[in-house]
Design a binder for this molecule. Structure first.
Ligand code: CO
Length: 174
């Protein structure tokens, strides 16, 4: 089922998520709904809190490099993820389904090592320095209740707030 994606400045997005303790059909349903929602919204990643569920659950589906196609075989479901190693820095122009149509450059670690559980509670780990590394850091911020605009330097952040308020006024619908 496609769920509603919460958008900035919804206060729920500031909530810190909790670890999953039971890997049951309820979790699987959440993951399936998250996937459907992410694809419907044209996203490459989604954290559970973005649909209002405060659990440490995120999904990422990076499009293939060759043709830009997003295939389900590449879907990563990460439960209770933890970054155990960070190296270097990189800059990437990020966007977020919770801040539609806004993109800005953010500094992140270039290479990370993550440990997490899959939907059945099995231990997994990934070491990456590709777009996946950026996506993981972006989604893990969501689990801490943090949005990428909070990582912007002061001036860019102020500019964003101004533009966002203006846009919200203009988008008022009856
Ligand atoms: Co996001």
């Amino acid at each position: 089922m496609i769920r509603k994606v919460l958008t900035y400045p919804d206060p729920v997005l500031k909530k810190a998520s909790k670890d999953v303790e039971v890997f049951d059909s309820k979790l699987h349903l959440l993951l399936d709904d998250m996937y459907e929602t992410m694809i419907a919204e044209n996203g490459i990643g989604l954290a559970a809190i973005q649909i209002g569920v405060d659990l440490n659950v995120l999904i990422i589906n990076i499009p293939q490099e060759e043709d830009g196609v997003q295939i389900k075989e590449n879907l990563i479901e990460a439960i209770n993820p933890q970054i155990i190693k960070k190296e270097g820095t990189t800059v990437y122009k990020e966007g977020c389904l919770s801040i539609p149509e806004y993109y800005e450059e953010v500094n992140r670690a270039e290479k990370i090592e993550i440990v997490f559980k899959d939907r059945f509670g099995n231990d997994k780990s990934i070491s990456t320095d590709s777009l996946l590394a950026i996506a993981f850091q972006h989604e893990m911020d969501h689990l801490k209740g943090m949005l990428f605009v909070e990582r912007l330097p002061m001036l860019k952040r102020r500019k964003f707030e101004k533009e966002w308020k203006k846009k919200s006024r203009e988008n008022k619908k009856f």
